[in-house]
Design a protein around this ligand. Structure first.
Ligand code: AMP
Length: 226
């Protein structure tokens, strides 16, 4: 049976790490809007070129680019369902997603929300590293459980030994602040999208405290998934 999940949490809340665990539990696709953009940028596509300027500044990529890109990816997803991460990020995107799911006769099963204080989220962002081989390999210089390992005097991925890099938008405080302004905005931003799905009452809402250890957050989420 297909399981469809939305994952919410500010940048730095561990949403990607937890999302990877949850998608493994159900065998769903892991659809990350930010990762799709990064693939396009790496591949030098037209969409990537258009998106890059926004992403580097921490601005949202316009809806006319983002919404069709994500909805097309969802439509192509395999039978086991999907875990959607990074979308919707605004009330308008939440409405577009809800409408599209209704039209496709797709059911939303769970909405996972990782709750985390803004300052803590910011500190966490600056230490995370991306693996060149798999962006689901968690690496963070400040957390023992997912610390990169040293090889030939260089820090490499703790899972596969792959090369690590920091995202440019993770090292830029203005960009981080902008992304958080969007996330914590309850009028039109991502919190408005979270509240939209809370109010809609169609899916089971799982809100967990993101300030505890990775293992504890995982346990709190898994307890609520059935
Ligand atoms: P993320 O990897 O989720 O932090 O996304 C990186 C960047 O991609 C964001 O800062 C935005 O510029 C862009 N992006 C990702 N998802 C969306 C979305 N749903 N709507 C607009 N822009 C997005």
């Amino acid at each position: 049976m297909a399981v469809n999940i939305l994952a919410f949490g500010p940048n730095g809340s561990g949403k990607g790490t937890q999302g990877a665990i949850v998608k493994d539990k159900f065998g769903t696709d892991h659809i990350e809007s930010g990762a799709i953009f990064r693939e396009h940028i790496k591949g030098g596509t037209e969409l990537g070129k258009k998106a890059k300027a926004y992403i580097d500044k921490g601005d949202l990529v316009p809806d006319e680019i983002t919404i069709p890109m994500v909805l097309e990816t969802l439509a192509k997803s395999k039978k086991k369902g999907w875990l959607l991460d990074g979308f919707p990020r605004s009330k308008a995107q939440a409405e577009a997603l809800d409408k599209s799911l209704n039209e496709a006769g797709m059911k939303l099963d769970y909405v996972i929300e990782i709750v985390l204080d803004r300052e803590i989220a910011k500190q966490r962002i600056m230490g995370r590293r991306l693996c060149a081989n798999d962006n689901n390999h968690p690496n963070h210089i400040a957390f023992d459980a997912i610390k990169p390992v040293e090889k030939d005097g260089k820090l490499v991925c703790r899972v596969c030994g792959g090369e690590l890099s920091a995202r440019a938008d993770d090292q830029d405080e203005d960009a981080i602040n902008k992304r958080h302004n969007i996330y914590y905005d309850t009028e039109t931003g991502t919190m408005a999208a979270v509240n939209y799905f809370k109010k809609a009452g169609k899916a089971k809402i799982i809100s967990v405290d993101g300030s505890v250890s990775i293992k504890e957050v995982t346990a709190a989420i898994l307890k609520e998934l059935n």
